[in-house]
Design a protein around this ligand. Structure first.
Ligand code: BDP
Length: 714
């Protein structure tokens, strides 16, 4: 026993047995294993000099100290004067008072949040400078620099000039005041409303730090299905406490508001946006908020959608509603993020068309501090959707992107699905609004239509789970969202490489293997869930697992059959001229490409067309066979992913390894469930056998239809 204990202590001492619970996210500063790199870094980083005495300055110094001490495995001293082989971090103003440097052009170009990282020689001292116009810029530069070390980059010829392409880079928390999280799969809400404002949980700082490390500069604290109480003094004081924590990390706080708040908490009879009393109520409310939180970001609004109140209750338009709030926030510099996610069960128009129909006519009618926040696709965060036609439809209005980071329709927090490839696909899509090259990315970064305001939002996947996101790999989705929000030109591949090296391992072969798992993961999931353009066939309400059989509910547009329209002839939603003509909302040539069966990409085939079961796809196989092969290939790919992961056992921290192994088991089980349930169900329409070389489902369709999940999170 004694011997065993001694051995255990020895193993821990030499870091052989580590246990990583994932809490540290990608901000791990463990000793660098690469001996050569370690020695180089140690020799050029012998002192840390941080100028300025702001709260942010203290965070920067702390980060550099912890980062270097950990990564370099030695104490790097904090110094007061420049010396050979040191790193200096500070605003340009402070740096100029110590070193004779100019960089005027660069400084003008990088704005408020950009930064420079440079090697420099001053009076024979080799130094590294991190500088910016603001201390937040220096903080971003600091995280960038530490990332270089974490990913083993050379640091002898640094000439980095960075600034974000998109201005507002925001997380949307769908967190309720009772701490449940709508579509949250990683525990409860991070915000402990009951204990706020007096108790500041340490992870509020960690949350802000993680966001700052990837350039996120805003957070909407509460659910878009908002409770009006958030605007009462009781809650605003709690919000203020969080805003105070987040401020030095460059993060502004925003709130989702309930449009009927003037009635709910203000005692007014109406919330009509043209009513003078209502307008005044919002003005007063804004003033009250800004008194507490001078840099408050603004409001996010879900109105007249899925039962939420809105201006249309009074016969007013979305522009009337948004402009009223914009007027209230304007004197304080706040913005309104008004969501375009609106559709109405009583509108018999194809749901995919409704947001465009509603908002397109309002283009140019919004105040200059309003952004319209548009989901990436026209339905709802499906595993794959074509890009939302509004991105090409409102040139006069700044449009924000809304991505979902939480995996509502992508396996919750048990499926490994790296979302950067989905984000990239949408950002790179060409709207053709101003001819070729009018990508969605250029719409939302404001460059296509010359908008000053620009923004991107991600529906957060964080919660109280020890590893923040439920699945360790779901951290990569938080990470990649931030990185793409900062620079949408980064590739999904490069971001995966960074994340793996920072979070899991720097072993090159292992990195490549994990990267290939991640890069294929989203397509695999599309294949085992909704191949060839299928969409919205998940379980009723909770969206857990397959349920293509959902029909006869109180709303058609919440059933599965509404979307897949399978019958004895074929499957798919005809959105061409012979059907809903949703294709007409796209510009040419995209519209024509989608509209013709021959040119429509396979991945959108039954999104836009009702296709006969025997129709021959580009592969030469019939639609029915292709559908089956996609389901089976997707599932098979999960098995392959499991094998790849198993091979990495000796390269990965044991706790993380086991965690991911278990998650993958669930993912495989659920992929088989998806495959079998869908193949059996659609077979009742195609009346054709599952191709012979494919293994037959071992359960009946009835078995799958009878499964129920009373407490599945939703
Ligand atoms: C859907 C979710 C629902 C959200 C809604 C929204 O199922 O919980 O409230 O979107 O974005 O994806 O408003």
């Amino acid at each position: 026993m004694k011997l065993f204990l001694a051995l255990l202590i020895l193993l821990f001492t030499f870091n052989v047995l580590t246990a990583d619970d994932g809490y540290r996210l990608w901000l791990k500063y463990d000793k660098i294993h690469d001996v050569q790199k370690l020695e180089t870094y140690q020799s050029v980083l012998q002192g840390i000099l941080v100028t300025g005495d702001s709260l942010t300055g203290a965070i920067i110094q702390n980060e550099l100290e912890n980062g270097l001490n950990g990564l370099l495995d030695k104490k790097v001293p904090i110094i007061r004067d420049i010396q050979d082989n040191c790193i200096i971090a500070g605003t340009i103003e402070n740096i100029r008072s110590m070193v004779n440097i100019d960089f005027e052009n660069e400084m003008n170009a990088i704005g408020n949040e950009g930064y420079l990282i440079l090697n420099y020689n001053i009076s024979n001292n080799d130094i590294i400078i991190i500088t910016a116009n603001t201390d937040i810029g220096v903080l971003y530069g600091t995280f960038h620099f530490l990332r270089l070390l974490q990913t083993l980059q050379d640091i002898d010829v640094l000439n980095i000039i960075e600034s974000p392409r998109i201005q507002l880079r925001v997380l949307n928390h769908w967190d309720n005041l009772d701490r449940t999280v709508e579509r949250g799969y990683a525990g409860f809400s991070l915000w402990n409303w009951q204990k706020l404002p007096d108790y500041i949980h340490p992870y509020y700082h960690e949350y802000a730090r993680a966001n700052a490390s990837i350039g996120i500069n805003g957070t909407v604290l509460n659910n878009v299905n908002a409770n009006a109480l958030i605007l009462t003094p009781l809650y605003l004081n709690k919000v203020k406490a969080l805003a105070d924590v987040f401020r030095p990390y460059g993060i502004k706080v925003y709130l989702s508001i309930r449009f009927s708040a003037p009635i709910d908490i203000g005692g007014l009879p109406v919330s009509d946006p043209l009513d003078e009393e209502v307008r005044q109520w919002w003005k007063d409310k804004a003033q009250e908020i800004y008194k507490l939180i001078p840099d408050f970001g603004g409001f996010l609004v879900k109105a007249n959608s899925e039962g939420q109140p809105g201006p249309q209750n009074y016969g007013r338009s979305h522009a009337d509603g948004a402009n009223m709030l914009a007027d209230a926030l304007k004197p304080f510099g706040g913005v309104v993020m008004w969501r375009a996610f609106v559709y109405d069960a009583n509108d018999k128009e194809d749901r995919a068309k409704q947001a465009y129909n509603e908002f397109k006519p309002l283009d140019g009618k919004f105040r200059d501090n309003v952004l319209i926040q548009v989901k990436n696709g026209p339905i709802d965060f499906q595993p794959r959707e074509p890009f939302h036609p509004l991105f090409g439809g409102m040139p006069e209005t700044p449009l924000m992107m809304e991505f979902q980071i939480t995996q509502e329709y992508l396996g919750f927090s048990t499926h490994l699905v790296y979302l950067a490839t989905l984000y990239e696909e949408v950002l790179d899509a060409d709207t053709y609004a101003k001819g070729e090259g009018s990508t969605v990315a250029r719409v939302i970064d404001g460059s296509l239509n010359n908008h000053k305001l620009s923004g991107i939002a991600g529906v957060a996947n964080t919660g109280t789970d020890r590893n923040w996101t439920g699945h360790l790999f779901a951290q990569s989705n938080w990470y990649c969202f931030g990185r793409l929000a900062w620079d949408h030109q980064l590739s999904a591949e490069k971001i995966a490489d960074e994340w793996i090296r920072m979070s899991l391992t720097n072993d090159d072969a292992a990195v490549r293997s994990i990267q290939s798992i991640m890069m294929k993961s989203r397509e695999n999931t599309v294949n085992y869930m909704t191949p060839l353009g299928l969409h919205h066939i998940m379980g009723w309400d909770h969206h857990y697992g397959p349920a293509p059989w959902i029909k006869d509910k109180h709303r058609d547009d919440w059933t599965s059959v509404y979307y897949h329209r399978a019958d004895s002839i074929g499957i798919g939603f005809d959105r061409t001229k012979t059907g809903s003509n949703a294709v007409s909302q796209y510009h040419e040539p995209a519209a024509d490409t989608f509209a013709a069966l021959e040119t429509c990409p396979d991945e959108y085939l039954i999104w836009f067309h009702h296709v006969p079961w025997d129709y021959k796809l580009k592969s030469g196989k019939t639609l029915w066979d292709e559908l089956c092969y996609h389901y089976y290939n997707g599932t098979q790919a999960v098995a392959e992913m499991q094998k790849k992961w198993a091979d990495l056992q000796d390269k990965i921290d044991p706790e993380i390894f086991n965690h991911v192994t278990s998650m993958m088991k669930i993912q495989y089980k659920e992929a088989v469930w998806w495959r079998n349930a869908c193949a059996l169900y659609f077979q009742t329409f195609s009346n054709q056998p599952i191709p012979e070389d494919l293994e037959k489902p071992d359960k009946t369709l009835e078995y799958y239809q009878n499964l129920s999940f009373p407490f599945a999170p939703k």
